[in-house]
Design a protein around this ligand. Structure first.
Ligand SMILES: [Zn+2]
Length: 195
């Protein structure tokens, strides 16, 4: 079954500019109907708030990020009329972030249906096709489907290219290596090496 696809990218405090550019390029490559950038400059990373209770969370954690993102997606869904809100969280995300777990999204969908007669009537779902796949499995699937991995962006910094030193870059190197997939951004000579 073919779907008409619209994409939302959230421009929140601290997100790398290159990540936004990559989202736009992938949206164009995928031929989607519409790509909207939603600006949330005041959504701060918890690391800058420094509450002791959040000290165990990854440095990239943003308090209740997915509640905010998916509520905005639900608002958009109600307005334009969609049957499915799709999120790309993988199994590794659900281990680190409670608000990326499937049960959180099931309850959130119920809340949307209570709060929106339109979404309830459309039976608008939250679909997480990758939630049971690890990052390594996602790379394998992407490679087999011909996803333009050269357009993806994993670095937390905003350089010309990936820095290959930050957490995002190191996770990318490890995951591509474990998947046995050549990272088109690193090339054959640097595959598997953390510099
Ligand atoms: Zn990096």
């Amino acid at each position: 079954m073919k779907h008409s696809v619209r994409a939302l990218t959230f421009k929140y405090h601290g997100i790398a500019r290159r990540e936004l550019e990559a989202a736009g390029q992938i949206a164009v490559a995928a031929g989607i109907q519409e790509h909207q950038i939603v600006r949330l400059p005041d959504l701060k990373e918890a690391g800058k708030i420094r509450l002791p209770i959040l000290s165990a969370m990854p440095p990239t954690y943003i308090p209740m990020r997915n509640s905010v993102f998916y509520s905005l997606a639900a608002s958009y869904a109600e307005e334009v009329g969609v049957d499915m809100i799709v999120g790309g969280h993988n199994k590794d995300d659900t281990r680190s972030f409670a608000d990326a777990a499937p049960e959180f999204f099931e309850e959130l969908k119920q809340a949307f249906w209570i709060g929106s007669p339109i979404l309830r009537e459309r039976r608008t779902k939250i679909f997480l096709p990758l939630s049971m796949k690890t990052k390594v499995q996602v790379i394998k699937i992407a490679s087999s489907l011909g996803v333009p991995l050269r357009l993806t962006w994993s670095c937390h910094r905003d350089g010309k290219g990936h820095c290959w030193h930050c957490d995002g870059c190191r996770a990318r190197i490890v995951s591509f290596t474990k998947a046995g997939v050549l990272d088109p951004l690193r090339g054959p000579n640097r595959a598997g090496k953390i510099s």
